[in-house]
Design a protein around this ligand. Structure first.
Ligand code: PMP
Length: 301
């Protein structure tokens, strides 16, 4: 695998980091998850500009100065795909602090330099589902979605994922694919690395911004739903309402549109992907592939 590391393409084995890197100890980095799709004339990176912009917003919120421009990183992402001969791929830019001082401060001597890694690989399906329509089974427990401060809810910081990790790990130990987290008041927030939607009586509901990362896929799905003429409501939703849903699905760059067909062992709707979920998923697949038709989630090259 070739990666882009601080300004140049290199073999991953040569992208070396100290085990005393600040980010490994304190979770101070920021990152992105981006997908590229195979299209008729090569590859198309879905919402590249939005993802790179969010990377810069995240970095700024954590007072990390990225020593490259947005254009340079956009180009670097393209270079990583070409260097690895990838079209359908998942792309992971990571901005982190290297070894320097071992205190929390990064601006006192010795300084902790900012490092940037961009890796890419084929990642067929985030949830190891054998058949898309069967969906996944998830756990709604009492794990809270936490942010260090409300102003950081749009920030993809490495450290926040310790919380996602533990919610996900507990759900997995109990035999589920993932967890649904709630906010401080017990309202639905999101999954460990995805947003949540549900359909009830022909209306699409999703938790309002506040205790969620407002995902780029979430925004895309809201746009698709409006175009399809669906009623959509972003609101505070007490967690128990999810059990009244006719359909539930997760959205995210990695998991795209993933039907959720069981929550805490209770079957949702028919136990298969519902009509609205299918409609939204096929519109999403067409959009990310510049109009190319593919039946549900499928890598084509
Ligand atoms: N919430 C969390 C916590 C996530 O990690 C992700 C994945 N980035 C999402 C939501 C979905 O965001 P997006 O659609 O931008 O990938």
């Amino acid at each position: 695998m070739k990666v882009w590391f601080n300004g140049r393409i290199t073999a991953i084995e040569d992208a070396r980091v100290s085990c005393l890197a600040h980010t490994i100890h304190y979770g101070t980095g920021v990152f992105e998850g981006i997908r590229s799709y195979c299209v008729d004339d090569g590859h198309a990176i879905f919402k590249l500009k939005e993802h790179v912009a969010r990377l810069f917003t995240s970095a700024k919120a954590l007072k990390i100065h990225i020593p490259f421009s947005t254009e340079e990183l956009e180009l670097a992402i393209d270079m990583v795909l070409l260097a690895n001969d990838l079209s359908d791929a998942y792309i992971r830019p990571l901005v982190f602090f290297e070894r320097g001082g071992m205190g929390l401060g990064v601006n006192t001597e010795p300084l902790n330099p900012v490092m940037i890694l961009i890796a890419a690989w084929r990642w067929d399906s985030y949830f190891a589902t054998i058949e898309w329509e069967k969906g996944i089974s998830v756990q709604l427990a009492n794990w809270k979605r936490v942010f260090a401060h409300p102003s950081l809810s749009n920030v993809k910081a490495v450290g926040f994922y310790a919380n996602s990790y533990i919610a996900h790990a507990n759900a997995q130990s109990a035999g589920f694919s993932d967890a649904i987290l709630v906010d401080e008041k017990g309202n639905l927030a999101e999954a460990s690395a995805a947003n949540i939607f549900f359909v009830q009586k022909e209306t699409l509901f999703t938790p309002a911004e506040g205790a969620i990362l407002p995902g780029i896929t979430r925004g895309t799905v809201i746009d698709i739903a409006r175009e399809l003429g669906l009623r959509i409501s972003e609101e505070e939703i007490f967690h128990e309402r999810i059990f009244l849903a006719d359909e539930v699905f997760f959205t995210g760059t990695a998991c795209e549109i993933t039907p959720v067909t069981k929550i805490n062992k209770k079957t949702i709707g028919t136990g298969r992907a519902g009509r609205v979920t299918k409609q939204i998923s096929s519109a999403y697949q067409q959009l990310v592939r510049n109009g190319r038709q593919v039946p549900q989630r499928q890598l084509v090259c």
